[in-house]
Design a protein around this ligand. Structure first.
Ligand code: NDP
Length: 284
C-alpha cells in the first residue's frame, strides 16, 4: 500500500442497503482529511467465507458486520477478542498484516450511549426484551458495566433461557429469563428497560400492539427506557415510556458509539463524534 492508497472499509449484511454506516464513516474521514472508502456489501450466507477472503487479499483495513452474519463471522477469523466471544457475535473486523481480528463494539456502544444520556449503570436493575444478537450484546455490556441484576424476556421463553445460560457463564450479575408476558414483576423494580427486539422497527404492523402489551406503567418513576431500534427514532415503546414520564433514550447513540469505536480501531484517530452524529441524523 502506498500513501496514496485509501483505507478500504465496508459492511457485510443481507440486506445492507439500509445501513447508515457509510455516511457516518465517510463524514468522519472527510472531517479528519483521511483518504478512506466505505462500501456496502450485500452478501448471502453461503458467500460469506469467500467474500471475507477476498477482502483480506484485496488489502481491506477492516469491515463491519451486520445481520445475519454477526455470529457466523466468528468462525471465519484468525482471532476474536474475549468480549466478542462472550457475546457470540462480531460486528467489527480489523485486518493487521494478513490477520483478521474480530471485535464486538455494540456492547460498549450501548453503555456509552446510556452514560452519555445520564443513565446510571452501576447497580442497575435491568430488564432486556428480546434474545437475539442485540440483547446478547446488551446483557454482556450492562453486566460488565456493573448492573446488579439482568432479566431477559423473550416471546419464546426457551430462547431467553438459552441466552441466559450462555451469558451467565461470562457475566457476574444475577441473570434470569422469562417470557414477555412475565414483564410486570421484573419491570416493577427495574431501573432500566432495554428494548432489544426488532418489533418496533419502521413498518412493522405489530409495533403498536407490542408496545401496548409492555406494562411500562409499572416501572418506577425514575426508571429509564432505551430502544435499540433507531428507525424510527421515536418508537412506539419510547412514546409510551415518555407518556408515563420516564426518561427515554433512542437507538441512534448506540449506533454512533459502536461506529466511533470501530473508526478508532481502523484509523488510530479519535472519532469526530459530532460530525458522525450529524451524518447519522441527516440520514434519518
Ligand atoms: P435478531 O434478529 O438477532 O433478534 C431479534 C429479536 O427480536 C428476537 O429475539 C426476536 O424473537 C425478537 N422479536 C422480533 N419481533 C418480535 C415481536 N413482534 N415480539 C417479540 N419479539 C420479537 O436482531 P438483533 O438482536 O441483531 O437486533 C434487534 C434490533 O436491534 C434490530 O431491529 C436492530 O435494528 C437493533 N439494533 C440496533 C443497534 C444500534 O446500534 N442501535 C445495534 C444492533 C441492533 P424471535 O426469535 O422469536 O423472532
Amino acid at each position: 500500500m502506498t500513501t496514496a492508497d485509501p483505507i478500504r472499509l465496508g459492511i457485510f449484511g443481507w440486506p445492507v442497503e439500509h445501513s447508515r454506516s457509510p455516511q457516518m464513516h465517510l463524514a468522519a474521514a472527510k472531517a479528519l482529511g483521511l483518504h478512506l472508502t466505505y462500501e456496502r456489501f450485500a452478501v448471502r450466507a453461503e458467500e460469506l467465507a469467500q467474500e471475507v477472503d477476498h477482502k483480506r487479499r484485496e488489502g481491506f483495513r477492516g469491515f463491519n458486520v451486520t445481520l445475519p452474519h454477526k455470529e457466523a463471522m466468528i468462525d471465519l477469523l484468525d482471532e476474536v477478542d474475549s468480549r466478542a466471544l462472550a457475546i457470540g457475535a462480531v460486528n467489527t473486523v480489523i485486518h493487521e498484516a494478513g490477520t483478521l481480528i474480530g471485535h464486538n463494539t455494540d456492547a460498549t456502544g450501548l453503555t456509552r450511549a446510556l452514560s452519555e444520556a445520564g443513565v446510571a449503570l452501576n447497580e442497575a436493575r435491568v430488564v432486556i426484551l428480546g434474545a437475539g444478537g442485540a440483547a446478547r450484546a446488551a446483557a454482556v455490556g450492562l453486566a460488565d458495566a456493573g448492573a446488579a441484576s439482568i432479566h431477559l424476556l423473550a416471546r419464546r421463553a426457551e430462547q431467553a433461557r438459552a441466552l441466559c445460560g450462555s451469558v451467565s457463564t461470562h457475566v457476574m450479575c444475577d441473570v434470569e429469563a422469562g417470557a414477555l408476558d412475565e414483564a410486570k414483576g421484573p419491570l416493577s423494580h427495574a431501573s432500566l428497560l432495554v428494548q432489544a427486539t426488532s418489533a418496533t422497527l419502521e413498518g412493522n404492523p405489530d409495533a403498536d400492539a407490542f408496545a401496548e402489551a409492555i406494562p411500562i406503567d409499572k416501572m418506577p418513576n425514575d426508571a429509564a427506557v432505551i430502544d435499540l431500534v433507531y428507525a424510527p427514532r421515536q418508537t412506539t415503546v419510547l412514546k409510551k415510556a415518555k407518556a408515563h414520564g420516564l426518561k427515554t433514550v433512542d437507538g441512534l447513540g448506540m449506533l454512533l458509539h459502536q461506529g466511533a469505536i470501530a473508526f478508532e480501531y481502523w484509523t488510530g484517530r479519535p472519532a469526530p463524534l459530532d460530525v458522525m452524529r450529524y451524518a447519522l441524523e441527516a440520514a434519518d
